[in-house]
Design a protein around this ligand. Sequence first.
Ligand SMILES: [Zn+2]
Length: 361
Amino acid sequence: MSKSVFLPAYTIGADAYAKVPEICSKFGKTVVFIGGKTALEKAAGLVKEAIKGSGLEVLDTIWYGGEATYENVEELKKNPVIQKADMVFGFGGGKALDTCKMLTNDLGKPLFNFPTIASTCASVTSVCVVYYPTHEMKELCWRYAPAEHSFINSQVIADAPVKYLWAGIGDTLAKGYEPEFSARGKELDHSNQMGVTLSVLCQEPLVKYGTKGLEDCKKHVVSSDLEEVILTIIVTTGVVSYYVINDYNSCIAHAIFYGFTTIPEIDETHLHGEIVSYGVLVSLMVDNRKDEINKLLPFYKSIDLPVTYKAFDATPEQIETKVLPKAASVNDIKVAAFPVDINVLRKGINDYEAYVASVKL
Ligand SMILES: [Zn+2]
């Protein structure tokens, strides 16, 4: 069976929007802006400024509807301005861009993405996370390819709340370990070998540039360190996810995350990537990789990522009755280097917590 590969196309820089006329004019003349409210507020004006005098014409600016649902996609499809536009410019983090990906796939229109935060790879991937209108996750679906191009304005991202970049680092670290752990011992085809080999680039640059990059983001300063971090979170993660099968995309770190979502106080007050980053440490203990734990701990400390579940105010009882049963039940751990069950996870958490309590940070 044949397989087509569409790799992300993107521009990064504080002046990334200056490239919009040159790249987008090849696809037509009329544009509709669709996005999240904050994202449109932060970036739409800058894009309008960048396309002044280029011949590109903005027909309208439209809110995406607040959730990545099939219902919102259907609503948008009925909009005559969207039907008329030659292309769509999508503004947002994850959900608005996923909505634009589904919409333009159905309408057969070109899509250009303008990510305004760096917390996921949504702007450069073809996968869309679909939700129910009640905000629960429904399923995944795919655009035929990623957006035609993404314009990653590093100044816009430097001006966004730093917590998104911080949590993005936590989630991306998992991608630095989970694919290799899941795929270990298996015969890999070209695509999976590419993904697994590249996955190490989801952690090394973060450890190297993350502390300074985050500091610069706090000061709203664009630096090469910050851009390395942004590229790792958005592009490297996107490429790895794209190349590996779903079974290799997620493992113990995400299982631990799902475990903690059973405690509403934790789920509501901590970001996805923050909880996942704790799961990374547990997964490394399960895999007996203290060398990697020792490498990550000073980095975690330097940027305040959690190094113990006490950071979430979780109790040993909650770990036993809520976190572990849920974590052991998810599909994420079904494909791994060796069988992972509730006993393996329990030992991982306990051994890790005892270890981190014994080392001087
Ligand atoms: Zn994640």
